[in-house]
Design a protein around this ligand. Sequence first.
Ligand SMILES: Nc1ncnc2c1ncn2[C@@H]1O[C@H](COP(=O)(O)OP(=O)(O)OP(=O)(O)O)[C@@H](O)[C@H]1O
Length: 491
Amino acid sequence: MQEVDSGPAPALAPAAVSLAGVEKRFGAVTALAGVSLAVPKGACVGLVGHNGAGKSTLMNVLAGTLAPDTGSVAITGRDVTAGYAIATARENGVRCIFQEGSLCPNLTVAENARIEHPSLTGFSWRTDAGRLIRQKLDEIFPGHGIRPGAMVADLSIARRQMVEIARAFTVTASPVDVVILDEPTSSLDQTIAEQLLAHIRRFVEAGGSAIFISHLLGEVLEISDRVVVMRDGKVVAERPARDFDRDGLVAAMGSVAAAASAAPAASRRTAAPRVDIDAGRGSTVRLTAHTGEIVGLAGLAGHGQTDALLTVFDGGGAGDRVEGAVAFIAGDRQTDGAFPLWSIAENLGISSLGALRRGRLISTAAEDALAARWRERIGIRTPDVWNPLLSLSGGNQQKVLFARALASDADIILMDDPMRGVDVGTKQEVYKILREEADKGRTFLWYTTEMDELLICDHVYVFRDRMIVADLARADLTEEAVIQASFRHDA
Ligand SMILES: Nc1ncnc2c1ncn2[C@@H]1O[C@H](COP(=O)(O)OP(=O)(O)OP(=O)(O)O)[C@@H](O)[C@H]1O
């Protein structure tokens, strides 16, 4: 059913930016099959859709980084299609915060800010750029703790994302009228994400326009005035946000509404744990995980969860125990784990080379069969598994990393918040697969920032200041309990 709900007209004044009849093909893939979209002045438009629906492609067209095959772009009613490019977009006040990040790692925060502001010249450009970015960081993320002189490579992913966001809102020569945010909160923890949402609201209330793409539907409903749903390169629904609820959005995206989370099996703690490590800095609680268990790691981002996973990956220290083969699924595929120039099939099979070997060589047929099986099982959207990994949408790349670990013969699977950027329908599939695999005897250690995901776990360790500060049994697991444990309560 491909119907577009009409809803009330978005605005009488010309839209801040609009697209009409935009089509874009990549070889055999039609990423955009005739999309029209108008973003009113002083409004935030939420954009949702399954992985590969065409959201990022649409944003790239608006940002001037991709030329459409057909269709037009207008800014405040003026057709700007001819020769539309990044510079035109910028001059007309359109800024984009890309999913993949665009900062230069070997430059400082201030130097990265200067790249977007060529008007900052003269001896003091570095100080001026530093001041500009610091002011914006202070405004959006009070208490951010980022120095303008810091090298971007030394910043955590969350801080890099904060700089990226702040930079998009800085103004010198050209205005900021329309800001496009493609999954901007995917590496931010909840407190920082809320600071960003509050800033976007202030920005639109002051007359700015925003396009907000996210797979966190609660976030989209909270921030948006209107929501646009895309499916297979088309807009299939568009309504005021208040006319949607979460299930309605999920249905419009073409997925089934979330079922109750998979039930855990009865206690599995009969035998000795498969993982038993000191989780760091004087934790009194050891981190243990048994055969068949899904163990959650919670707490604010950067409080030692990833390091605990890496300790297990390295086999633990003296007095620790890690029994069985281990696989790691990274949350940040740009720095860990993905081989962008390799094919999807090669990326998927790299942890299963033993099983794929025929004689002394890796069998292409076996690699092909493995990739085809997983393409089917978690819906990796591609016409050909031998296409490069980079031809996939962000969420589909993440699915490949996930499939790689599950296809391997690892007993222990470590997950470093890998489900961000994966659409709601696929998430439900993956949760089911996790439980099935745990029932077959695998052990999962899962760092996640999403409460829905913690609820799938058998028990959850909460980290604070690089220590385990709580071990919550499933029965005690509530959002409040996790939040309370995550924050220090100095009386
Ligand atoms: N450079 C490219 N080469 C080939 N195919 C591409 C390229 N960029 C995008 N595609 C394809 O276009 C389609 C739309 O991708 P797009 O990245 O726009 O999806 P998306 O809705 O942003 O997905 P996600 O939620 O996973 O980020 C996908 O099928 C993708 O594989």
